[in-house]
Design a protein around this ligand. Structure first.
Ligand SMILES: NC(=O)c1ccc[n+]([C@@H]2O[C@H](COP(=O)([O-])OP(=O)(O)OC[C@H]3O[C@@H](n4cnc5c(N)ncnc54)[C@H](OP(=O)(O)O)[C@@H]3O)[C@@H](O)[C@H]2O)c1
Length: 255
């Protein structure tokens, strides 16, 4: 009996934003382990190169490309490089996001609002458009949007961030419906509390952490690697009939 090939990504080109650390790094490493050539991306090239080097040292294929997804010009430049170097893209993981202000919604300032919308909504939207055009030319692909449980149940003092994550869940359905004719699937991952730099203010504060754990049936925070398996499923042929869904990976929080 032979093992399943459903999760193989041999010959695939995958772009992972926010891959220099945290959840994105874990995703980039797992996709590379499964055979994909991974484009490791974030704002700062050094962190990306570090992750790409680790993938290559492990026998995988990776390239580092810097891209601030809140800057339209940088999105266009990144995709110009992808076209030139690879001529195709099979998998896009929109993972990089921002949450600059932790406050009561009434205290939201305009610059934090604008930054959060520019990165978390406009960034995901136009990255998906650029990727979708390339995928359409090559017969299809898979887009995975890393949203959040906050997109369903807003996090305390995370107002505009939660609003943008709800938009990502809707955006996922829009691309799923309109890009299905081109063989492009689009799905969302909704992580629960995960131990990364992004969540350090919550995870490193005992009082906040204990309050959060009360609401998590599995009674622990996730490791970044625990998000990667779900992304592999959504990126690979194992999910060939799945599009437009939100997959909660949250220790039971939303159940
Ligand atoms: N951790 C959690 O508890 C949790 C829960 C739910 C959802 N999420 C979601 O999971 C995703 C990843 O978060 P994480 O916890 O892994 O965060 P993280 O450890 O802080 O990593 C964030 C990554 O994004 C990059 N980045 C930040 N702003 C960027 C921008 N404007 N353009 C391009 N890259 C950017 C960072 O690198 P540079 O500094 O080099 O740009 C880094 O690689 C986010 O979408 C977040 O909303 C996280």
């Amino acid at each position: 009996m032979s093992k399943t090939q459903l999760f193989d990504l041999d010959g695939k080109i995958a772009f992972v934003s926010g891959a220099s650390r945290g959840i994105g790094e874990a995703i980039a490493k797992l996709l590379a382990q499964q055979g994909a050539h991974v484009i490791v991306s974030s704002r700062k090239i050094d962190g990306c190169q570090h992750v790409a080097d680790a993938i290559i040292a492990d026998g995988g294929k990776a390239t580092a490309i810097a891209c601030h997804i809140g800057e339209m010009e940088q999105i266009h430049n990144a995709f110009a490089q992808i076209r030139e170097q690879f001529g195709r893209l099979d998998i896009l993981v929109n993972n990089a996001a921002t949450n600059p202000q932790f406050c009561n919604v009434l205290d939201t300032d305009l610059s934090a609002f604008q930054k959060t919308v520019d990165v978390n909504i406009r960034g995901y939207f136009f990255m998906s458009i650029e990727a979708g055009k390339l995928m359409r030319e090559n017969g299809g692909g898979s887009i995975i949007n890393v949203a959040s449980i906050n997109g369903i149940s807003p996090g305390v003092f995370q107002g505009i961030y939660s609003v943008t994550k709800a938009a990502v869940i809707n955006m996922t359905k829009v691309f799923a419906k309109e890009c299905a004719p081109f063989g492009i699937r689009c799905n969302a991952l909704l992580p629960g509390l995960t131990d990364t730099k992004f969540a350090s203010a919550l995870v490193k504060n005992d009082a906040i952490l204990n309050m959060a754990l009360e609401q998590i049936p599995l009674k622990r925070v996730a490791a970044p690697s625990e998000m990667a398996g779900a992304v592999l499923y959504l990126a690979s042929d194992a999910s060939s009939y799945t599009t437009g869904v939100s997959l909660n990976v949250d220790g039971g929080y939303l159940s």
